[in-house]
Design a protein around this ligand. Structure first.
Ligand code: ZN
Length: 300
């Protein structure tokens, strides 16, 4: 029988070697884009929180989350991707009942190199690809190397989580422009690709009211990552009306502090309270909180 607990489909973990001094770690690893994103901005509340696997497990228990899907990051360097994938493989080996994990790769290292790493990650127990952002650093998901990587995800049967930003949202250091048109083109060109479009696909979820977009995006689903930072809570009910709850996956973006006014450390209870308070019927809420992720990722 399939499980029915809550699944958080969008979590990032960093070991203590990173959180001890993120800016220094980023410089040492030659990851300036990530470094810019996690560095506190003058005059703004700190949003980046930090958690290792033990801390995450405690926060999952406190919030009643059964399973977390660990997502990699869109690192600039292949070596950093490999490092993160190995850490996630260890997490999954240690807690197969609580964690699933996606691999991350950088196609700029060459599609052959990235594909070899995907195969190795698959052998290590990882079950998807992401969070990717091919546009970060000036590339595009439509580049030849990324197309080959994404075609290999289809061959492996892997879902792919894609970071998508809303073109109407606030500009901040490290924000990447992810043209929604590219996402639609990608989905159209690779109809076998199971895309999980993060952050409500940067608003693409509402473009599905356009029949052309709806047809192209029929194999895509959306996650709710970072909703409290980005949208009014009315988005839950509005998006369920637009595409159906079976195509929406709860994701927190933990350990990001998505309620920066109320939070001084990572936590999953507040964001879950927001989903529970949304005006959804019980079946829709159950789908968003776990059923849709189970179907998308084949979790039982
Ligand atoms: Zn993201």
């Amino acid at each position: 029988m399939a499980g029915s607990g809550i699944i958080d489909a969008h979590v990032h973990l960093y070991p203590s070697e990173v959180s001890a001094d993120p800016a220094r770690w980023a410089a040492h690893r030659h990851e300036p884009l990530w470094g810019a994103l996690v560095t506190p901005q003058p005059g703004r509340r700190v949003q980046q929180g930090w958690a290792d696997a033990d801390r995450l497990l405690r926060d999952m228990d406190a919030a009643g989350v059964e399973r977390a899907v660990l997502l990699g990051w869109y690192w600039q360097r292949h070596e950093t991707c490999v490092w993160h994938n190995r850490i996630y493989a260890e997490c999954v080996r240690a807690h197969p009942d609580r964690f699933s994990a996606f691999a991350t790769v950088q196609a700029a290292a060459g599609a052959d190199v990235a594909i070899r790493e995907m195969n190795r990650a698959r052998d290590d127990g990882l079950v998807g690809l992401g969070e990717l952002c091919p546009w970060s650093g000036g590339g595009s998901a439509l580049d030849e190397d990324w197309q080959a990587v994404l075609a290999h995800a289809v061959a492996l049967g892997w879902p792919v989580n894609l970071h998508v930003t809303d073109p109407a949202s606030r500009l901040f250091p490290g924000r990447v422009v992810t043209p929604l048109e590219d996402v639609v083109t990608l989905a159209r060109q690779q109809p076998g690709l199971r895309l999980i479009l993060a952050h409500w696909g940067g608003g693409l979820v509402f473009h599905e009211l356009n029949a052309h977009a709806r047809q192209a995006l029929q194999n895509c689903v959306y996650d709710t990552a970072a909703t409290p930072l980005l949208y009014d809570p009315a988005i839950y009910a509005a998006a369920v009306r637009a595409v159906g709850a079976e195509r929406i996956l709860f994701g927190s973006d933990y350990p990001l502090m998505v309620f920066p006014r109320e939070q001084s450390e990572p936590d999953l209870t507040r964001v879950l309270a927001q989903v529970r308070a949304a005006s959804l019927d019980d079946a829709a809420r159950a789908a968003v909180l776990g059923g849709s992720a189970r179907r998308t990722m084949g979790i039982v």
